[in-house]
Design a protein around this ligand. Sequence first.
Ligand code: MLT
Ligand code: MN
Ligand code: ZN
Length: 305
Amino acid sequence: MSEMSLELRVLGTAAGGGFPQWNCGCSNCARARLGELPARLQDSVAVTANASDWFLLNASPDVTRQVEATRPLWPRVRRGSPIRGFVLTNGDIDHVLGLLLLRENHPLAVYCTAEVRAGLLENPMLRTLMRFEGQLVWRSLPIGDEIELLGPADERSGIRARAFAAPGKPPLHFPGAAWAPGDNVGIELASEQGGRLVYASGTAAVGPIVGDLERASVLLLDGTFWSETELIERELGARSAREMAHVPISGRDGSLARCEGLPAGRKLFTHINNTNPILDPRSPERAELVTRGWDVAEDGMRLLI
Ligand code: MLT
Ligand code: MN
Ligand code: ZN
């Protein structure tokens, strides 16, 4: 396996709820229902180093649709899957629910922090993934150390991953819980050719992780909200972007400003909320981010690093 590049498939680029979101009638969602804007599945990325063993970054509630939409993830035998496991960046429903949807007797390795694992294990439905020895193989995801992702029977994947703590919050179903660094991480994947994907689809701020973002040749960053008060202005919510642990794209401390000068050759926003004006390719907000060297990740996008 010399000089293998990493192949990435972007499986979904929407924030929790997807695009359109079932109970939202905002103008973006209305236009998506009419086919005027492309619909998007929830945030997830698939990766392989050998074109046959795949790991998914996050387990979206859309995972079964994402598999069907992605030919390399289709079964190659009468019963089986090239998906060896998952890396979870936090315990939010939009990043873990997919695990429960893959309960059909297929062994999976799940890499996550102790905090995320403890939160998941509070849900008795997880037992549907633990009906036989080796069905779900928990693997720790250390912060700061590079590891090779291994399949459920320790099969080598050739994928090297490093997690880093990103400012976030505990999942909504643990209200009031104290925040710990392991609650929310970003992931760096390195290829033997020296390329690096940095995936941070949820972060409350850029400053504390700018050293991690600087390492990226391809960057996939939290693009949930364009502005700090997006939901409040539209009377669709009471909380600001940062109160929801998502750095806004615009503004003095927004990601566009704080990421100025990052060396990544490709800078893409993902985990985009249905209210975000960048979902419209003709919006002035989209034009502004493109002018500043960014783009919006698209479902189905293939990236090589
Ligand atoms: C988030 O990204 O803030 C979460 O997906 C919120 C949620 O769990 O609905
Ligand atoms: Mn989310
Ligand atoms: Zn909407």
